[in-house]
Design a protein around this ligand. Sequence first.
Ligand code: SAH
Ligand code: SF4
Ligand code: F3S
Length: 461
Amino acid sequence: MKSMNTNQPKVFIKTYGCQMNKLDSELSIGSLAKSGYAFAEEEKDADVILLNTCSVRDKAEHKVYSQLGSLRDQKEKNPELILGVLGCMAQNEGDRIFKRMPHVNLVCGTRMFSKLPELLEEINGTNKRIIAVDEDGEVSFDRLVTQRQNRYNAFVSVMRGCDNYCSYCIVPYVRGREFSRPVTDIIDEVKRLADDGCKEVTLLGQNVNSYGKGLNGEVTLATLLRKLDPIEGIERIRFVTSHPRDMTKEIIEAVGELPGVCEYLHMPAQSGSDKILERMRRQYTSAHYRELIEMAKSLVPDIKIASDFIVGFPGETEGDFEDTVKLLNDVRCQNSFIFKYSPRTGTAAAEFPDDVQEETKKGRNHILLDLHKKISTEENRKIVGKSVEVLVEGTSKSDAGRLSGRTRQNQIVAFDLPEGSNQAGISSLMSGKLVNIDIVDSTDLTLFGDLSEIAFDKMTH
Ligand code: SAH
Ligand code: SF4
Ligand code: F3S
């Protein structure tokens, strides 16, 4: 690595896993920027390569090991290169990473992110190997709001950790005990984001709807939403992920009543079978899940639901799986994230025999994916012919001739601009704005629209 005085060292961070990891990477970028680092666009130009990792399924860890393997050449050519593994897999694997990957310099767990600049400084020029996975380390929420991946939307952590110990899940082991962040800190951060041009915030927690537990006073997610909603400049508020056991009428009412809070709930069901839910230690029944969805749909008529499902959990019979299919069919989730069960060492379910054959897991995975595709295609088709509010994010990733953004219900909308218009100019003019788009076509994943002439005139004049 180059000396700090002569030239700014360049860092490249690659992020795996969930939104919490994306946020941690962003916070690290902020603290490294403060400490004088610059950022490389590509790995090959970096002096420091950091992988922020996930352990939730075996496949997630495999990906990182294979990525580390493929960085061996770069490290051999440039022994000064610092290679670090951060986050959940660093916490979970610890020095096994050093044993398997002798060219890795740093293993930095989920509660040591705030030490990153010091740790890198210590390694700089020495090729030392440091492991920092202290479980009592401090989680810092400190943020440089100007250092953000997206201009118009931002993640805001409202709590950390998880105490639920669902029997299949590694998260409580790698992220530690659940704790909520004080309301005033959250309000302050959201205000600073608004001042920096942010229009949409997504509140993050592994179990976001139990927010407030352990804080003094009557603080809940519902009261937090009511305090954040009036903040000037913030047009949309989302929150993920909700646990069905902790969902309350007050939260759903807040979603229905508050103009800024989006009509969108990510509330994983995991399974439709009560026997499996019990073995998963989820602490609700499929009937309770259905009641919550009914309440949400009656209090917030245009709400969309997203859910996660695990197929092939130990002991899942054909009948249990049918219950899951039925649940998805009845709830008609707009978005479903479907996973094959992956045993995680140290969790309670790892003690159960992993008795559903891989072929059966694959088959069930396909059946749910196909059903999800059918439902989201049908649900999206219902929006064709309607006008929806879109927060424009910029030029579409898949088609440079279009702009794209999201609806309040988190659906992606791609839309054409009027013919002959100056597309690049309009893209920058419209990004970050709320516009009404007429939906003319749809697939399972995307709504396609036209910007109405009226809306276009309003935007450009
Ligand atoms: N905190 C969130 C989810 C965290 S993990 C929540 O409780 O809703 C994201 C998803 O990964 C989970 O909802 C679950 O569906 C899936 N998952 C977790 N552990 C898994 C495992 N061992 N095998 C397969 N999928 C798993
Ligand atoms: Fe894992 Fe359950 Fe906690 Fe979600 S609520 S992070 S699935 S233990
Ligand atoms: Fe997220 Fe994966 Fe960690 S899902 S909390 S990055 S184990």
